[in-house]
Design a protein around this ligand. Structure first.
Ligand code: EPU
Length: 338
């Protein structure tokens, strides 16, 4: 097990931000991870887990032991006529897993095509897109306690999934490293194409018979047309969450802004797209030197190259303030600040 010092994290965060880890270890097995977690030399050093780096804003150097878990492997645990259970290492690249499932004909995650990041990070914030969330297919999450190195299995219910939320971001924040998941996928697909853009794109693609691949292709097409490719322009997808507001506030705003979109969630509450609010507040396409707000999706903050995390943080605060001033809505971030 190699522990390096003063390691650049620039290629390990999708914003492409420069930041240095005091200590850095990449570990490919649970045994190695456990050994490190209880290693006497590092017991008093703060730890920071960095997976695919697709949901993090590095605003400074990380004065900690940065652990990059990289456990690979896709294994069939069980199958019957209707379902297949896959055990997947947390270090697998999420989109590669989706492509594997599309090839094999396993349905359930095709709507989540092209989401950056690793499999281990997916349950952490319950990744979601186009009407599907990863909680819909997760049966189990395997994790190691950062304190003891002991392994624990979490059932779907124990993960307490919510909108971009899980127990790993709340009560158990910074306490566990996710090493793998078990997913239950469908051999007899149930398609989720209710999300407006998907239906429209499938029609434009002249798809007459739905298939796992067609849905995946449509999602890839939409994402590529709206969202910047992190390999070209640094970003972490949606920077903010879509806020939920009370029906009464929604109705009052709708009087002033008749085009305000809204999606009912629980009775009395409406989710509104943060991208719409930010665009109305005038930020879409805003650029200040190396950083800015994406020109096609206002929910995505970008680093064109050489930007600084602290500047992106300052920009996000200005955006929050102006949305609060104009709409009386407080945005919360989806991206985690370090
Ligand atoms: N909109 C605007 N201006 C913008 C962006 C969006 O007016 O600049 C409006 C759109 O016209 C549409 C609505 O907002 O009426 C929703 O837009 P979109 O379908 O692009 O989705 P979103 O709500 O902005 C969410 C997720 C995305 C996910 C898409 C598709 C969150 C925070 N974001 O974005 O997830 O891909 O739906 O399901 O929930 C991510 O989490 O990183 C992410 C990319």
């Amino acid at each position: 097990m190699e522990i390096r010092q003063h390691v650049s994290l620039r290629h390990l965060n999708t914003f492409g931000l420069e930041s240095e880890a005091r200590y850095f270890a990449e570990l490919a097995s649970e045994d190695d991870l456990r050994t490190l977690l209880v290693h006497p030399d590092y017991l008093s050093v703060p730890r920071f887990i960095l997976g695919g780096g697709s949901n993090v804003l590095l605003t400074q150097n990380v004065n900690a032991l940065v652990i990059h878990p990289n456990i690979k492997g896709i294994e069939v645990l069980e199958e019957d006529d209707s379902y297949i259970w896959l055990q997947v290492g947390g270090g697998e690249v999420w989109h590669e897993l989706v492509m594997y499932c599309v090839r094999k004909g396993y349905a359930g995650i095709e709507n989540l095509s092209l989401i950056p990041g690793t499999v281990g990070a997916a349950p952490m914030q319950n990744i979601g897109a186009y009407g599907v969330e990863v909680k819909d297919v997760i049966e189990k999450v395997y994790a190691l306690s950062m304190k003891t190195g002991l392994r624990r299995e979490f059932s779907n219910a124990e993960c307490q999934f919510g909108y971009r939320e899980s127990i790993f971001k709340k009560e158990l924040k910074d306490q566990y490293i996710i090493t793998g998941v078990v997913m239950k996928l469908h051999k007899k697909p149930e398609f989720h194409v209710g999300y407006g853009d998907i239906q429209k794109t499938l029609e434009e693609m002249n798809v007459t018979e739905l298939s796992i691949r067609a849905v995946s292709d449509a999602v890839i097409h939409i994402r590529q047309s709206k969202l910047p490719d992190p390999a070209k322009i640094g970003n972490a997808g949606s920077f903010f969450k879509n806020p939920e507001i009370e029906q009464t506030q929604y109705d009052a705003l709708k009087n002033v802004y008749p085009t305000l979109p809204g999606y009912p969630t629980v009775p009395g509450w409406i989710k509104v797209p943060a991208g719409w609010l930010i665009e109305q507040a005038g930020w879409k396409g805003f650029r200040d030197g190396a950083i800015g707000v994406h020109e096609r999706q206002a929910l995505v903050l970008v680093n064109y190259g050489g930007g600084k995390g602290e500047d992106i943080k300052a920009l996000s605060e200005k955006i929050k303030q102006s949305v609060a001033n104009q709409f009386g809505i407080s945005l919360s971030t989806e991206v985690n600040f370090v």
